[in-house]
Design a protein around this ligand. Structure first.
Ligand code: CP
Ligand code: NVA
Length: 311
């Protein structure tokens, strides 16, 4: 069965149109319900997917492996130095061989350009499982979670406080594509990349989302329905950790900041969280924190995504 996304790649959320994002979310909701109701059919039985990790992962790896298993797809995990794209082999050679074995390539790596290079060669779908610039699978899971908890996305205000990193970029595009207002507050010097902000604003001009970028956490969170943050030192920035803790003083999500949000606001974090740094225990453990629902939805969102791309 072909789908509107058959054979496509997901390198960033901007690879999808607003209606395609809705299709992924609708599919995920339907599959989540039917799995819970006992429908354990495996629609992609006999297929295989390579899951390549050039950075650490727990959630992404486990949710992709389990999601593949539920679809009937054999996951082939390639981790660490020497497993893929190594030993001096060209990206084109590795990719051209891989696609003789597998029906999709999921990769977590550093440079976005590396994922793009693989996708240029591959005739099978390529999925970005996190790069320095984007984390689109997390973005889809987060949209799914927000929809479940707060309803129609285009009526919502989303605030992100912290580093202008891959998650900030992903939320900018997620809001722009769904009509959800996004307000981002980072310390000066840690803003999201200007070209991604510009792209989000261009998409937002079609959907009606308001995109605001600033340096005041209270202004960003004021009246927000969702408040999110992420680590201040992403994978690859470990040596900057101490300097970043100093630079991000005043940007922790604490109960006082949450009090600026709308009544009924929820807290989100892609995890892993650094408790006592970007978020305090009182927030991440509060009844309004939906971080474990968010983590669970990685499985449902990626399963839907793979069934649409590989279908
Ligand atoms: N949120 C997320 O991607 O978690 P992992 O780094 O554990 O995969
Ligand atoms: N910004 C974080 C996200 C981890 C899921 C990182 O890239 O390390």
């Amino acid at each position: 069965m072909t789908t509107p996304l058959s054979g496509r790649d997901l390198l960033a959320l901007s690879d999808l149109t607003p209606s395609e994002v809705s299709l992924v979310l609708d599919t995920a909701l339907a599959q989540k319900a039917s799995w819970a109701a006992g429908d354990h059919s495996a629609p992609l039985s006999g297929r295989a997917a390579a899951l390549i990790f050039q950075k650490p992962s727990m959630r992404t790896r486990v949710s992709f492996e389990v999601g593949c298993a539920r679809l009937g797809v054999t996951p082939v995990v390639l981790v660490g130095e020497g497993s893929a794209f190594s030993r001096g082999e060209t990206v084109a050679d590795t990719t051209s061989v891989l696609e003789r074995y597998v029906d999709a390539i999921v990769i977590r790596t550093f440079d976005q350009s590396f994922v793009a290079e693989i996708a240029d060669v591959a005739s099978v779908p390529v999925v970005n499982a996190l790069t320095d610039d984007y984390h689109p699978c997390q973005g889809l899971a987060d949209l799914l979670t927000i929809r479940e908890h707060k309803g129609a996305l285009d009526a919502l205000r989303f605030a992100y406080v912290g580093d202008g990193n891959n998650m900030a970029h992903t939320y900018l595009l997620a809001g722009a594509l769904t009509g959800m207002d996004v307000a981002i507050a980072t310390p000066a010097g840690f803003e999201p990349k200007a070209h991604i902000v510009a792209q989000a604003r261009e998409i937002a001009s079609e959907t009606g989302a308001d995109i605001s970028i600033g340096i005041d956490p209270i202004a960003a969170v004021d009246g927000a329905d969702v408040v999110a943050t992420d680590t201040w030192a992403s994978m690859g920035q470990e040596e900057e950790h101490a300097a970043r803790i100093a630079a991000f003083a005043g940007f922790a999500v604490n109960p006082a900041l949450m009090a600026e949000a709308a009544d009924g606001a929820v807290f989100m974090h892609c995890l892993p969280a650094h408790r006592g740094e970007e978020v305090l225990d009182e927030v991440i453990d509060a009844p309004y924190s939906i971080v474990y629902d968010e983590a669970e939805n990685r499985l449902h969102a990626q399963k839907a995504l793979l069934s649409l791309l590989m279908g």
